[in-house]
Write a protein that binds this ligand. Structure first.
Ligand code: HEM
Length: 426
């Protein structure tokens, strides 16, 4: 398809972000138009999508003409974006995610020391323990019974870990927070419900701050409260709540889906599972393969042009937004490998973009990698005969323009005794 890129503009989107469309289908279509394509988002909000790996990197690296701050988004500042717009909760907020330059560095520095590979490695024994306890719980499931592995394992593992790091120890509050986050991200509820969930979520976080102020636990929330109280004005109350929100949200919703997708990929590739169990392949490579071929974020929202900017052959006008098509960019990096996910091909994953790039590169990447590695290896170690309970074609994708994954992962953890007898007999 030949396209005159100089004629592309947001007045005429060539594609859309459709939550009902498959991630890979969307990525393949965009790459035919790429590297930067005008698209329509829900409610016909317009944006550019950077879809080739090169364009994604250009946007993510500290580009002098682009900002992460939604106050530079023309349509938003003109009041054209409806209050309950499905993606708004991901975009607004005074956290590091939406800050540039010195402000970004100030907000990130307050917590970055806790997420270095060394600090996270020191937390590994606790991650192993939490994983073991969850798997002990799954041991009680009857052989042959169907379990939703997303609900029973992939959700609680990263949630418990990130809540522990931030001193959110009350199980009721953890559940409330998770439910509010789910509603905030859902495209299947009304705008009013999303707004209500955003308020509820802030209430949980405000209570967490009050509890930790009354009884500091040496956790990261207590450390942030110290920064808030500090004379040097390192943090405002709003920034504190928004920082907690972004880390607690990013710290579990992503890893949940990357765990689920990687389990699914491995269940369909028993040869690779056997090689992993035998130590011929390693679990970190399995994690990277999953992130590359089925990363949990299909698109990243957003960057905004500070002035008219040339971007890989198109002109992005001042105030126009840019989405980064992470799934498309990773697909392009995969080249022509028809098989997709393959743990043996780990060299290929070095440059994958699931964690982004540049100054906003995922703060939690070392944690996500470690909890995925521990989670996957212990899960398959405990339930080596686990199998999907339904044909893969019956799995339902998450309905979202941002998240890539399946809504539930029904598995049989251990075969029923009768299954064992019939296969032994056969
Ligand atoms: C597989 C799991 C994960 C994936 C794929 C992922 C992906 C990403 C991506 C693509 C970005 C860049 C956003 C941008 O440039 O606008 C990002 C940023 C971020 N992630 Fe993650 N993430 C994961 C897990 C985590 C975890 C476990 C945490 C917990 C600490 C976390 C915390 C953050 C934070 C705080 C940022 C903002 C960084 C900044 O703006 O400087 N993420 N993540």
């Amino acid at each position: 398809m030949r396209i005159d890129r100089s004629k592309l503009s947001l007045d005429q989107p060539v594609s859309s972000l459709d939550p009902d469309r498959g991630t890979h289908e969307e990525a393949a279509e965009w790459l035919r138009y790429g590297p930067v394509v005008p698209v329509s988002l829900p409610d016909d909000v317009r944006a550019w999508a950077a879809v080739s790996a090169g364009a994604a990197r250009t946007v993510l690296d500290a580009h002098p003409d682009l900002s992460s701050d939604p106050r530079h988004w023309g349509a938003y500042t003109r009041g054209e974006i409806p209050a309950g717009w499905p993606l708004l909760n991901l975009i607004v907020g005074e956290s590091m995610l939406n800050a540039d330059g010195a402000d970004h560095r100030r907000l990130r520095r307050l917590v970055s020391h806790a997420f270095t590979p060394r600090r996270i490695e020191a937390f590994a024994p606790r991650i192993r323990e939490i994983t073991r306890e969850l798997l002990d719980g799954l041991e009680t499931v009857e052989p042959g019974a169907v379990t939703d592995l997303k609900e029973g394992f992939a959700y609680p593992l990263p949630l418990l870990i990130i809540c522990e790091l931030f001193g959110l120890t009350d199980p009721d509050q953890q559940r409330r927070l998770r439910d509010h986050f789910r509603t905030m991200l859902s495209v299947e509820v009304s705008g009013a419900e999303r707004q209500e969930a955003a308020v509820g979520q802030r209430e949980v976080l405000a209570r967490l701050v009050a509890d930790r102020r009354a009884a500091p636990l040496g956790d990261l929330t207590s450390a942030l409260i110290e920064a808030l109280d500090d004379e040097a004005g390192r943090l405002t109350q709003k920034e504190l709540i928004d920082t907690l929100e972004i880390i607690l949200l990013a710290g579990h919703e992503t890893t949940v889906n990357s765990l689920t997708s990687t389990v699914l990929a491995l269940l369909g590739r028993p040869d690779q599972l056997t090689a992993l169990a035998a130590g011929e392949l390693d679990w970190p490579s399995a994690v990277e393969a999953g992130l590359h071929w089925n990363g949990p974020l299909r698109n990243l929202f957003m960057r905004y042009a500070l002035r008219d900017t040339e971007l890989h052959g198109v002109t992005v006008r001042h105030g126009e937004p840019i989405v980064v098509g992470l799934a498309a960019a990773n697909r392009e990096l995969g080249g022509t490998v028809p098989a997709g996910f393959d743990v043996r091909d780990s060299g290929r994953y070095d440059r994958q973009l699931a964690f982004g790039a540049g100054p906003h590169y995922c703060l939690g990447a070392p944690l996500a990698r470690l909890e995925s590695e521990i989670g996957l290896s212990q899960l398959f170690g405990r339930f080596p005969a686990m199998r999907l309970a339904v044909p893969e074609s019956e799995l339902v994708p998450v309905v979202s323009t941002a998240i890539n994954g399946v809504a539930a992962l029904p598995v049989v953890l251990r075969p029923a005794p009768t299954e064992g007898r019939s296969s032994a007999a056969g």
